[in-house]
Design a protein around this ligand. Structure first.
Ligand code: FES
Length: 174
């Protein structure tokens, strides 16, 4: 059931945006009586990376944003270009594309069309390959990568581990 709800996120994206506004109001109200500000400031999401199927895009949520998680097949890993390898997130020997699922042009949510065609943004025709690199403008860059920290076979979103820090420093992500 959990994976079904995760898969349904894209289809419910607009409802989710409205819900985020309502939740934001509740959070604002709650902040006036919450005695432990450190609790609500956490903002981390932990993913069990052993639960993903190869070449099946799953859309998670982190801080209200869609997060694309795509476990690469052995063939994908073997055929990666240097540019694709730089964006690779390797957790316990498994290779993933991890990205904030928003087009870097004007923020639409691109659709995954499979290994051959990658991601297509319907708003203005931008395209990204399955590793998240841009292949057709107008998007100015590949998908942004959320802060992550690898912890065994888990991935903690919202915490910057050394692999993420290196991607930032080398300009792989903003
Ligand atoms: S928002 Fe994606 S191409 Fe414009």
């Amino acid at each position: 059931m959990e994976s079904n709800s995760r898969r349904g996120f894209m289809g419910k994206a607009f409802g989710a945006v409205a819900a985020v506004g309502a939740v934001g109001s509740l959070v604002a109200m709650k902040s006036s009586w919450d005695p432990l500000p450190s609790v609500k400031a956490a903002g981390f999401t932990t993913l069990d990376m052993s639960t993903y199927e190869e070449n099946e895009l799953i859309t998670e949520k982190w801080r209200g944003k869609p997060i694309f998680v795509l476990k690469k097949t052995a063939a994908m890993v073997a055929s990666q270009t240097d540019a694709q390898k730089e964006r690779d997130v390797v957790v316990d020997g498994m290779h993933f594309m991890l990205a904030i699922g928003l087009c870097t042009h004007l923020g639409c949510i691109p659709a995954y069309k499979g290994e051959k065609d990658g991601f297509l943004c319907a708003c203005h025709g931008g395209q990204f390959d399955w590793a998240g690199a841009v292949t057709k403008v107008p998007p100015p860059r590949g998908f942004d990568i959320p802060p992550f920290k690898i912890d065994g076979n888990k991935l903690v979103l919202g915490e910057a581990g050394p692999e993420y820090t290196k991607m930032k420093e080398t300009g792989i992500t903003l």
